[in-house]
Write a protein that binds this ligand. Structure first.
Ligand code: NAP
Ligand code: MG
Length: 476
């Protein structure tokens, strides 16, 4: 293996303040509650103190959003709203390096990914939905907004999940109160500054930081018209229960346990790259990660040999190093969960292999790991690990592959690797998954709807379909 000299990205471009308030009605204000710390998971360095929004703060944010909705945003023409969205998209591009560095510091993801994937896709979402703002009458869902949207997002793609939520909501004429995850609030707070820089009318976007309690306050606030949530299936179910019987509209983007299916006629070198990207991209903290590899028995040995050889070349370490492929696990809690499920995998009889790599002594790290000899009953084949851990199962026929792939409570995504176009189509028709990638994996584009079946949630984000969750429908 080659030795590379370190190539660290400078963090001088970001200006992290010692403490942050809440972004309400266009201003940063002190919270009335407590504060919490956000850290850099690669070093355990405390980055900043962040306000924990209380019920009263959430109420102030919802009131600001309501005022902005009634007085300004819902009255503005779509073409005018679009100008703000285009402006935000351009500022995101201009400040892309700053956003990428900050995202990597607060989240632990490699700079290569925040720079080349997260931030460009964030900007693309704002550009894409800016284009819809004055064309809603052609959406098929009417052009009447819902009102105030309460939005709650996870830590794995902090700014990208914010973009998926805020861009369509604003394009449709709604105003928002958004809560970022407790471990990754900083890019959402920088986005608040970008809203100021873009002269977005006060109250159209409100950012309230905090933990689960703040999320609960948003969900249960009586003046919120729409709840949009991305996160775990358990919290998603609790939210569905909390809004049952109210007029609130809900979309839920939840967990996954995607099958990545490799047939014996697949171009194996590309398939290996796809397997690696499928599970080790973003440390495997990806709801649609290809965490179950289903490989055809006739090529299983060869695939495993090539996969291990490739995994041994993955560079694990400093997220700000431009050579890094796999960064830090986002939190001590998440690391504990990954370790626990992996230990269970071993105890249940699967064989564990981890890439030989030196892990830094500070921070939270987990070596890229693969389990073979996994059976469908194993917990590592059924539960979402949400880390750099791949479970491998084999199959003989396409029908067996379908049966195993669909044997999960989730249904978010799947991958198919084969040389035959007809097989791709027949597999895609039979897989119970919201997204099916063929001879590629983890491709995201704002024009393409994303979302799940079964316990992976309901509603779609992205594309024309992504407008549905923020409009009242054709008849109103
Ligand atoms: P989580 O614990 O459900 O947290 C998600 C968000 O909800 C966080 O902002 C969290 O705040 C907040 N929250 C926690 N309890 C709440 C409650 N009772 N009421 C309202 N809000 C509450 O999920 P996570 O572990 O951070 O994220 C990983 C999960 O997200 C995985 O299961 C993954 O598959 C899923 N995910 C799905 C998609 C998709 O598009 N389908 C995309 C990305 C991730 P705190 O941060 O303070 O806990
Ligand atoms: Mg953090």
């Amino acid at each position: 293996m080659f030795e590379y000299a370190p190539a660290p990205e400078s963090r001088a471009i970001v200006d992290i303040k010692p403490s942050y308030g809440l972004f309400i009605d266009g201003e940063f204000v002190d919270g009335t509650g407590k504060a919490f710390k956000t850290i850099n998971p690669a070093t355990e360095e405390v980055l900043a103190e962040v306000a924990e929004a209380s019920d009263a703060d959430v109420d102030a944010a919802v009131k600001a959003a309501r005022r902005a909705y009634t007085r300004v945003w819902s009255r503005m023409s779509g073409a005018e709203r679009a100008k703000y969205l285009y402006r935000i998209a351009r500022i995101i591009q201009e400040r892309g390096r700053e956003l990428a560095v900050l995202e990597s510091i607060d989240n632990g993801k490699p700079i290569k990914e925040s720079r080349d994937v997260d931030i460009p896709v964030v900007a693309a979402h704002f550009f894409y939905y800016a284009g819809w703002a004055d064309k809603l009458e052609h959406s098929g869902y009417g052009s009447t907004p819902l009102g105030v949207a309460g939005q709650i997002i996870p830590w794995n793609f902090p700014l990208l999940m914010l973009a998926w939520k805020i861009a369509p909501a604003l394009a449709c004429g709604n105003t928002v109160v958004l809560k970022p995850a407790e471990t990754t609030p900083l890019t959402a707070l920088l986005f608040a500054e970008i809203c100021q820089q873009a002269d977005l009318p006060p109250g159209v976007v409100n950012i309230v930081t905090g933990a689960g309690e703040t999320g609960r306050a948003i969900v249960s606030h009586p003046d919120v018209d729409k709840v949009a949530f991305t996160g775990s299936t358990d919290v998603g179910k609790a939210i569905a229960r909390a809004v049952a019987g109210t007029d609130k509209k809900v979309t839920l983007e939840l967990g996954g346990k995607a099958a990545n299916i490799v047939f014996d006629d697949a171009p194996l070198d590309q398939a290996i790259e796809g397997i690696v990207n499928g599970i080790f991209f973003n440390q495997g903290h990806v709801c649609c990660a290809g965490s179950r590899l289903l490989v055809q028995e006739s090529v299983a040995d060869e695939v495993m040999e090539r996969l291990k050889r490739r995994m041994a070349t993955l560079r694990v370490g400093d997220p700000l190093d431009k050579n890094t492929d796999v960064g830090a696990i986002n939190s001590a809690e998440q690391l504990a969960k990954i370790r626990e499920l992996s230990d269970i995998g071993e105890a249940e009889g699967a064989e564990r292999w981890s890439a030989p790599c030196e892990l830094p002594s500070n921070g939270y790290w987990f070596a890229p790991t693969v389990f073979t000899g996994v059976s469908q009953a194993h917990r590592i084949a059924r539960e979402e690990i949400f880390g750099p851990v791949l479970s491998v199962l084999t199959f003989r026929t396409p029908s067996e592959a379908i049966e195993k792939a669909n044997n999960t409570p989730f249904g978010l995504s799947a991958g198919v690797w084969t040389d035959k176009g007809s097989r791709i189509l027949s597999m895609a028709n039979r897989l119970r998954a919201g997204v099916v990638w063929a001879n590629t994996f983890n491709k995201f584009d704002p024009t393409s709807p994303f979302g799940g079946y079964k316990e992976s949630g309901y509603g779609r984000e992205g594309g024309r379909h992504g407008l549905e969750g923020y409009l009242k429908g054709e008849d109103s």
